[in-house]
Write a protein that binds this ligand. Structure first.
Ligand code: CTP
Length: 528
């Protein structure tokens, strides 16, 4: 049966049960409260000159009011999903007149909970997924516990998305309908995996055969202020999925029946390679989602839906990134760094003018590009990489502090960077010995040096020579000096540094050269 035939049928059913649709004009902010409270409806149809702009849910309107945002219905309206756009306007009106509770499919009530059931009608037969290997075993184990406790069990979020994409995922999030604590304890015993409770959201974590497993009770999150961490309360699965970032991550797999639970059209968006938000205030709730979007859009090659663009515009206008704590910002940058193409994610952010808000001005990304391609960069640990990335974006103290580096460290980095800039001629000069350059650069951390190198490509060759020379060490060690009868003391450091300098400068080839060098340079020590 085609979509065209079916939707009007659903409409007829809906119309017979409900009154006419409730409309609100795009600019009529003053009407909204009245319409919601008098009608008891949960959704209004937002119109402008008789053209439907989208749907405004009570939830989103109340959220905007609680954030003290004076936004108009048109700004908050969620564009009607494409699946319904093939219908004439009046049919859409009818279909959505009280869609939060009642969507019909022929004679059947399709959904009791959600106002946009986006799955194309052709796809309504339950979609079953197959689990294999460790995942199939894990499902059996968890399911038997869930069945004993008589609770529902779902795999949710990114792992379901990755299953649909046939990508491996080692990060597994499970949601149970209630009794999570008991469930987690029994599962932990069964899998012989110790349990860690997260105090923040009352979730449980365990590691098993290389999988990171999160167990949580289906919950609703509400944000008391933009960009703050949410408060949580138990809620139905559809709410748990609705509170999430994007439709492609708002998927669940019912582990009893192995059927896909897709209230918000995530599977279709994935199939059509589209990144879609669940409501227009998504980025205001949680601006880290902008960075997550950069990762998903570039990782999966996703285009952005009109609702996404509208939500993005609002986020930019309200400058929500500036509300994020340094720790959360840093965490998002670190997560970008482990992507296969981190640079693409930064470009994505820059193209959407989101780095401007972070760096104070539009950053030039070419130093970052050079840094990420630098073989020395791969030797840095996670924290050093972060510092190098930040310095490649901007070596300004204020920016570094904003990203959570201590005041002391930020000042030091800014000064060191300045010193490097002042010493550009020194570093390039053929009159300065290689060892002098090595010792100069050793005053600062490799992260800052690599960022500096990325900023000044004309220094690349010389810097690489210096960095390679940094590894040079003399053959003789302190023990050798002791064996030669030199009494231990500060002189050891001086001698070893001298030997190293001579070796860096190509004056010494082997151990014998070093001994002769010592005898010549330190005759007193040897004669003593
Ligand atoms: N989530 C969200 N908003 C956030 C962070 C997380 O809605 N700011 C939800 C998403 O549903 C996400 C799930 O929590 O799927 C788990 O988050 P996370 O482990 O960070 O992401 P994954 O989905 O596992 O994706 P990735 O491949 O990036 O790890």
């Amino acid at each position: 049966m085609s979509t065209r035939n079916i939707i009007p049928e659903a409409k007829k059913k809906a119309v017979s049960k409900l009154g006419p649709p409730l409309k609100v004009e795009a600019f009529a902010s003053d009407q909204v409260e009245k319409l919601f409270s008098r009608s008891g409806e949960d959704v209004l149809v937002v119109v402008e000159d008789d053209r439907i702009l989208g749907l405004l849910s009570r939830l989103v309107w109340e959220k905007a009011s609680s954030y003290h945002l004076s936004l108009m219905p048109g700004e908050l309206a969620f564009e009607i999903p494409q699946i319904f756009q093939i219908l004439p306007d009046e049919e859409i009106f009818s279909l959505f007149q009280n869609p939060l509770r009642r969507i019909f499919w022929g004679e059947d009530l399709l959904s009791l909970e959600d106002f946009w059931v986006l799955r194309p009608p052709e796809d309504l037969s339950p979609r079953r997924l197959v689990l294999k290997g460790d995942l199939a075993y894990l499902r059996e184990e968890l399911l038997s516990v869930a069945q004993d406790l008589k609770i529902g069990l779902f795999l949710v979020g990114g792992a379901v998305r990755d299953l649909l994409l046939k990508r491996e995922s080692f990060d597994l999030d499970f949601v149970v309908t209630r009794n999570c604590k008991v469930f987690a304890e029994v599962v932990s015993q069964k899998l012989k995996a110790p349990l860690v409770k997260s105090s923040l959201f009352g979730t449980f974590k365990l590691s098993w055969r290389g999988f990171e497993i999160d167990l949580a009770q289906a919950r609703w999150e509400y944000y008391e202020a933009p960009a703050k961490l949410p408060k949580v309360a138990p809620g139905p699965l559809s709410w748990d999925l609705f509170r999430r970032d994007f439709t492609i991550n708002a998927l669940a797999l019912d582990l009893e029946t192995l059927t896909l639970v897709d209230f918000y059209g995530g599977e279709r968006d994935l199939h059509e390679r589209r990144l879609e938000v669940l409501h227009i205030l998504s980025f205001v709730d949680d601006p880290t989602r902008l960075f997550r979007a950069a990762r998903y859009a570039t990782r999966f090659g996703l285009s952005l839906s009109p609702n996404f663009l509208k939500a993005l515009e609002l986020a930019r206008r309200l400058k929500v990134i500036s509300l994020l704590s340094p720790a959360r910002l840093r965490n998002e940058i670190k997560r970008i760094l482990v992507e296969e193409e981190p640079f693409a994610a930064f470009v994505w952010l820059k193209e959407r003018k989101l780095l401007e808000e972070l760096c104070g001005k539009e950053p030039d990304l070419s130093p970052l590009k050079r840094l990420l391609a630098d073989s020395f960069f791969r030797d840095l640990n996670e924290d050093e990489k972060l510092v190098a990335i930040l310095l490649s974006l901007s070596p300004q103290k204020d920016f570094l502090i904003r990203l959570g580096l201590s005041e002391k460290m930020s000042t030091w980095c800014e000064n060191f960077f300045q010193e490097l800039e002042n010493k550009r001629n020194f570093l390039l000069s053929s009159k300065v010995s290689l060892s002098e350059k090595v010792f100069f650069l050793e005053k600062g951390p490799l992260s800052a040096i690599l960022a500096f190198k990325a900023h000044y490509p004309e220094l690349k060759e010389e810097m690489e020579k210096i960095l390679a020379a940094q590894k040079t060490r003399p053959c003789l060690t302190g023990k050798d000096l002791q064996r030669m009868g030199i009494s231990p003391g500060p002189l050891y450091g001086k001698i070893l540094k001298h030997l190293r300098a001579a070796k860096i400068d190509g004056l010494l080839k082997n151990r014998d050269d070093e001994i002769s060098f010592l005898k010549k340079e330190y005759p007193d020590v040897f004669s003593a």
